[in-house]
Design a protein around this ligand. Structure first.
Ligand SMILES: [Zn+2]
Length: 336
């Protein structure tokens, strides 16, 4: 089954990191990191609903003003997520402009900003255009197992990595696809109908095997009703296909603590976008800057069992030979 979203790096591997994930069946997109994103058209920026920022080093957060400029005056709610201190960073960015006329705007841009320190709560604040983007603290929300966003069809989880400062790594997971074997349903002697939707929802909600499912339908003889258990239907008529998992890892030290967190976060990831800033002969320079080498990026991809590795966020010193970094990352990833 075709995945519901399509990821694409906004810039070449030397440009600021930003991964634009477009939803194929909705006019909507999610962005990971907010560096220089001028390559995105205004139309694409206006599709954004959620932006996840790994940390506030300039190459990851410089594009905030571009988003603000395009979305100002629109009726939009933008959800922003970032590490410890992020709400204050956004407050400062918004505080850099004069907002004495915005209370007249008919359409209101709202930022809902979330800040996660790796613990069990998500701090939140709201910045509304007509209130001159004053910071309005909101009640914190609980966080379970690093899940920052969960909605029907998708989930975004995060882990806090050591980049000398906290830096968030993310994984976007599409919910598994629940397909019905139509021929087996016919063998069961039960027609399709709205009850199949309830069945799919029960699967996606993780209901147990003894969960009751009632198939109801009407024909010339009247109303019919048959009772099943979820386990019975799962075995007889369901085909469950895992959804796509996309990992996004930038700016972190290659160390045991980070490797453990990444292992947990990225288990079973399909596509892994990962920084590979330096060649391995510059491992000491990478370590001092709390960055990964290309070999280390490949090694992480291999350890977590990624299906595909996309190395990026290259240091400008390799401008003449980006293939060297790609080659080193993929050689380790493929175990050569
Ligand atoms: Zn950084």
């Amino acid at each position: 089954m075709k995945p519901a979203f399509q990821p694409r790096l906004v810039n070449d591997p030397f440009g600021d990191p930003a991964l634009y994930v477009e939803f194929l069946f909705q006019k909507r997109a999610i962005l990971f990191d907010l560096g220089d994103i001028h390559a995105l058209s205004p139309r694409k920026v206006l599709r954004l609903s959620h932006i996840f920022v790994s940390h506030a080093h300039m190459d990851h957060f410089y594009g905030f003003d571009y988003v603000l400029r395009i979305c100002l005056g629109r009726a939009m709610v933008l959800h922003l997520y970032g590490p410890t201190g992020f709400i204050d960073r956004v407050r400062h960015r918004l505080g850099g402009y004069t907002w004495n006329l915005v209370h007249n705007y008919t359409e209101e841009l709202v930022f809902l900003v979330h800040e996660w320190d790796g613990g069990r709560t998500l701090s939140r604040a709201r910045f509304r255009c007509r209130r001159a983007f004053a910071c309005e603290p909101l009640a914190p929300m609980p966080v379970e197992a690093g899940v920052l966003l969960r909605e029907p069809g998708l989930m975004v989880r995060a882990a806090v990595l050591d980049h000398k400062i906290p830096c968030l790594a993310f994984v976007l997971e599409e919910t598994e696809h629940v397909n019905i074997w139509k021929n087996r349903l016919a063998e069961l002697g039960v027609p399709t109908g709205p009850w199949l939707q309830a069945l799919k929802q029960a699967v996606l909600a993780g209901r147990p095997d003894d969960f009751p499912i009632v198939a109801e339908w009407r024909d010339r003889e009247g109303m019919h009703r048959r009772r099943f258990t979820l386990g019975e239907l799962r075995a007889r008529i369901l085909r469950i296909v895992p959804g796509l998992k996309i990992g996004y890892v930038v700016d972190c030290l290659y160390c045991d603590a980070n490797l453990k967190r990444l292992q947990r976060l990225l288990d079973g990831v399909d596509w892994l976008y990962i920084e590979a800033g330096f060649a391995q002969d510059q491992a000491e320079a990478a370590r001092q800057k709390y960055h990964l080498t290309a070999w280390q990026a490949g090694d992480i991809g291999r350890r977590v069992g990624a299906k595909r590795l996309v190395p990026f966020h290259f240091s400008a010193r390799y401008q003449d030979d980006p293939e060297a970094l790609v080659g080193e990352a993929l050689a380790r990833f493929e175990g050569k």
